[in-house]
Design a protein around this ligand. Structure first.
Ligand code: NAP
Length: 236
């Protein structure tokens, strides 16, 4: 398993789930991460290997060709705050185009060329199949189309909000929106709109991570697409 975005709220849970299943798991951490020591300790304690290959197609390609993974996970994305200039000091410009599209597509190309025909696991977002209402959704729509056209087996996960009490504050806007949204959905659910509640309510990183690994490991179909309802069903 090669997990890009391993340091994220969802990614770290995917790493934990893969290790818990006894799978050989490589957690990718960007080499310029200001928290590299922290992540080395964290993933070491979890039981995963850390890889710090630079985000360049030739280098990521060489790493995947060496590892021959059965799954390659693209679980990364920047935030609007970073993209607006309050940057992270990253070697990659923090825009949706450079990170959410550019790095996901780089990983897809490397996965395609690596020779092990891995399942490509992509963390998209609910609504990515609709009209691209903003840059964030537009990027997800284009990445999904590239995955479908790649010929690789894939899992595309489309959750609504991913949040929980254990979420740090880098995505504070999503956290606030999800708390308000879950409250309203709870009300709707109590009034009988269970389907709406199931479709839009938030998932925690742990729930989503467990669902992604379950679906990616158990799927026999070439193409798997899972939205909130199916993802939640895997873990309840
Ligand atoms: N949060 C939500 O409610 C929600 C809902 C649906 C879909 N999504 C999408 O799901 C994906 C993962 O979400 P999440 O909440 O688990 O993410 P997260 O906690 O914000 O983690 C983002 C990951 O992307 C990496 N990353 C960000 N900028 C980077 C850059 N410039 N270069 C290299 N790596 C970079 C981060 O690495 P560092 O730790 O090194 O920064 C981290 O591993 C994202 O694409 C997100 O948009 C999110």
């Amino acid at each position: 398993m090669f997990i890009a975005g391993a340091t994220g709220y969802t990614g770290r849970e995917v790493v934990r789930e893969c290790v818990a299943r006894g799978l050989e798991t490589v957690a990718h951490v960007r080499p310029d991460s200001s928290r590299l020591d922290h992540w080395r300790k964290h993933f070491g304690a979890v039981g995963a290997r850390v890889d710090t290959t630079a985000w360049r197609l030739d280098e990521i390609g060489a790493t995947l060709a060496r590892l021959q993974p059965s799954q390659v996970h693209a679980l990364l994305g920047t935030t609007r705050k970073r993209g607006s200039g309050s940057g992270s000091g990253s070697a990659v410009v923090d825009t949706y185009e450079a990170v959410d599209y550019g790095l996901s597509i780089m990983l897809l190309e490397a996965a395609l060329a690596c020779g092990s025909n891995p399942r490509f696991v992509y963390l998209s977002a609910l609504g990515a199949d609709g009209r691209a209402v903003n840059a964030y959704m537009g990027v997800r729509k284009r990445v999904e189309a590239a995955i479908r056209g790649s010929g690789l087996p894939y899992l595309v996960a489309r959750p609504g909000f991913i949040t929980g009490d254990d979420r740090d504050e880098t995505r504070a806007a999503e956290r606030i929106a999800s708390v308000v949204g879950d409250g309203l959905l709870g009300l709707l659910g109590a009034l009988g709109a269970k389907r709406t509640q199931a479709r839009y309510s938030s998932l925690t990183g742990a729930q989503l991570g467990a669902a992604i690994v379950e679906l990616a490991c158990e799927a026999r179909e070439h193409a798997v697409l899972a939205e909130t309802e199916q993802l939640r069903a895997c873990v309840s």
